[in-house]
Design a binder for this molecule. Structure first.
Ligand code: 13P
Length: 250
């Protein structure tokens, strides 16, 4: 099964956190098949997390990769390095990276190519700001982000898109579920019609997803799962969200 419920731990974690999280998650997760669950810890903890996850088929990924394979790029981590550690996916173009680290759609495009070349599934994040949302520009902004990101990366064997409205991240606010559904439908239409050589697997929603709102989101036909920040730091709540997904969608 492809990735549906993905934790983005951002700048959080420690070895102790990994142990406790896995304990809490394992106690509350109902399913037997872990393969739809993914975790993106900080790079430093990928190896440790993989070792304690042992034979559970939870997928591990990175929160970012560099746009180059090797070179004089102090502090960077490449797609081939995360692949070497056993990562199956990487988040690319998260709005925090776009805003704090000035990542453009052109940079993101190069990262998509790196991921694809190394058989790492990219989870490309797109989303509009509060102002863009309020001025009814959501569709245009997303279309632009898609077109620019795929201009030079129009042959990707496997891709996941995460729709993350910037104003919904960490704010406790979300668009209403029907709105999210129609945005996801538009994203699928744009990618499939303009970039037929891209293997779009699914469109996840991200931004203030929690146990309480999970079922209203997963009831939407075009919401194929979620990318979760804050609520993913609690292994129990993350498991409960995955349980809701399994009940409604599997
Ligand atoms: P929150 O779930 O904390 O809103 O974060 C969402 C996110 O940025 C996931 O990538």
């Amino acid at each position: 099964m492809s990735l549906c419920i993905v934790a983005n731990w951002k700048l959080n974690g420690s070895r102790e956190f990994n142990y406790q999280w896995l304990l809490d998650f394992s106690k509350s997760f109902n399913g037997e098949d872990f393969s739809s669950v993914g975790i993106a810890p900080a790079y430093l903890y990928i190896d440790h997390l993989k070792s304690i996850i042992a034979d559970r088929d939870i997928k591990i990924g990175a929160q970012n990769i560099d746009l180059e394979e090797t070179g004089a790029r102090t502090g960077e981590i490449s797609a081939s390095m995360i692949k070497d550690l056993g990562c199956e996916f990487s988040i690319i173009g998260h709005s925090e990276r776009r805003i704090l680290f000035h990542e453009t759609n052109q940079i993101i495009s190069q990262k998509l190519i790196q991921a694809n070349n190394n058989s790492v599934i990219p989870i490309l994040c797109i989303g509009e700001s509060a102002e863009e949302n309020q001025s009814n520009n959501t569709f245009n902004v997303l279309e632009q982000q898609i077109i620019e990101a795929f201009e030079n990366a129009n042959e990707l064997s496997s891709l996941i898109i995460a729709y993350e409205p910037v104003w919904a991240i960490g704010s406790g606010k979300t668009p209403n579920p029907e709105e999210i559904n129609s945005v996801h439908e538009m994203i699928k239409d744009v990618v499939q019609s303009r970039f037929p050589k891209i293997g779009l697997e699914s469109v996840l929603y991200g931004g203030s997803v929690n146990f309480k709102n999970a079922s209203s989101l997963f009831e939407q036909k075009n919401v194929d799962g979620a990318l979760i920040g804050g609520a993913s730091l609690d292994g129990r709540e993350f498991a409960l969200i995955a349980n809701v997904f399994n009940e409604l969608r599997v």
